[in-house]
Write a protein that binds this ligand. Structure first.
Ligand code: TYM
Length: 344
């Protein structure tokens, strides 16, 4: 298989306030990856249209997610930060990949089933097609590595299947156009660390999500210190003290979740955390967790608030990022056209 230069791509939907799960599962990892890789970080506004949306809200949310990227430490000079709809090659490639992906593959997507709910006939076609656009996001740059939370694993597997089928279906044309034996890399999901699936603070068996009706289920990146302390204090736990080893967290989803959050925020492992808190009651542990969370999120919150007051700057970052993204996407899309037999 051809070697592709390492390139990182990931996306976040502008569908509301980002929370601790987004931060630990994605944004914090995005920041770490920029030390070693070239990265594209995209605010996927086209994906946010797959559910009913308010246009003005979408505009504001797109800026808010961009502000959160920057506030967490993503360097928009060194990397590419942009909004998806600005680079029309994403949608253009999505159509080509629609003709490669199989209906049977999409029918297996669990996120569609969850989001569409019982009234599936009434879901948008875009929601069904969502994972193909996601594959196009990645493949239009021939990105090789994709840092995401655990909930995106199935979508990444689909992106690999689509890339593989494209490479197989058009191998003769790919070779004839001088693209070697593979046109697309098979993008690798990077799902790593102690918090790839942060759970609700109210129910350790449910994922922390933007759409949870309970305010106490998630910590938003814009929550102030008092709110964070309150939410952690009220977080559901069980009656046992903390165990000394990771094995002791089995069957204790709330304890496991809080220990995972502690470890991820402090850049350590769950075993490190438990070696200090073995035998502790939750009250003491929660105080320490609240202190750590406030210390880590406080500066991010302050910077988000500052950037929320500077739309002109945020818009200029997005405009510049889109230019840089298009410079990679356009030649790749032209090559796709050649491979597919589309005259340009
Ligand atoms: P989205 O916007 O739902 O979430 C953004 C990122 O946050 C991660 N995440 C979590 N990680 C840990 N615990 C949680 N509770 C949690 N909730 C969310 C997600 O896994 C994701 O990494 N389909 C994507 C957006 C997307 C994309 C892409 C990602 C569009 N195109 C191409 C990668 C590559 C999504 O809806 O993420």
């Amino acid at each position: 298989m051809a070697q592709f230069p390492e390139l990182v791509f990931s996306g976040v939907q502008p569908t509301g306030n980002l929370h601790l799960g987004n931060y630990l599962g994605a944004l914090k990892r995005f920041v770490e990856m920029q030390a070693t890789h070239s990265c594209l970080y995209c605010v996927v506004d086209l994906h946010a249209m797959t559910m009913p949306h308010d246009p003005e809200q979408l505009r504001q949310n797109t800026r808010a997610v961009t502000a959160a990227f920057l506030a967490c430490g993503i360097d928009a000079k060194k990397n590419i930060v942009f909004n998806q709809s600005r680079v029309s090659e994403h949608a253009e490639l999505a159509w080509a990949l629609d003709c490669v992906a199989r209906l049977g593959w999409l029918n297996r997507m669990t996120q569609f089933k969850e989001k569409a709910g019982k009234d599936r006939e009434n879901a948008s076609v875009g929601l069904y097609n969502y994972p193909v656009l996601m594959a196009a996001d990645i493949l239009v740059y021939r990105a090789t590595h994709v840092p995401v939370g655990d909930d995106q694993k199935q979508h990444l597997e689909l992106a690999r299947d689509i890339a593989q089928k494209f490479n197989n279906d058009f191998d003769a044309s790919i070779a004839a156009h001088g693209h070697g034996d593979a046109f697309f890399p098979l993008p690798e999901p990077l799902i790593q660390g102690p918090a790839t699936r942060v759970m609700s603070l109210r129910d350790g068996t449910k994922k922390m999500s933007k759409s949870d009706p309970s305010e106490y289920a998630h910590i938003a990146l814009t929550d102030d210190a008092d709110t964070i302390v309150q939410k952690i204090r009220k977080a559901k736990t069980d009656a046992e003290p903390l165990p000394g080893e990771v094995g002791g967290l089995a069957g204790r989803p709330e304890a496991d979740n809080l220990v995972g959050i502690f470890a991820a925020l402090g850049d350590e492992t769950k075993a490190d955390v438990l070696s200090r808190f073995a035998g502790s009651q939750f009250s003491g542990f929660k105080n320490a967790l609240a202190d750590l969370t406030v210390a880590k999120l406080g500066p991010i919150r302050a910077e988000i608030i500052r950037l929320n007051g500077d739309d002109a700057y945020v818009d200029s970052v997005l405009a510049e990022g889109a230019e840089k993204a298009r410079a990679i996407a356009r030649p790749n899309m032209d090559a796709v056209k050649d491979v597919l037999g589309l005259i340009r």
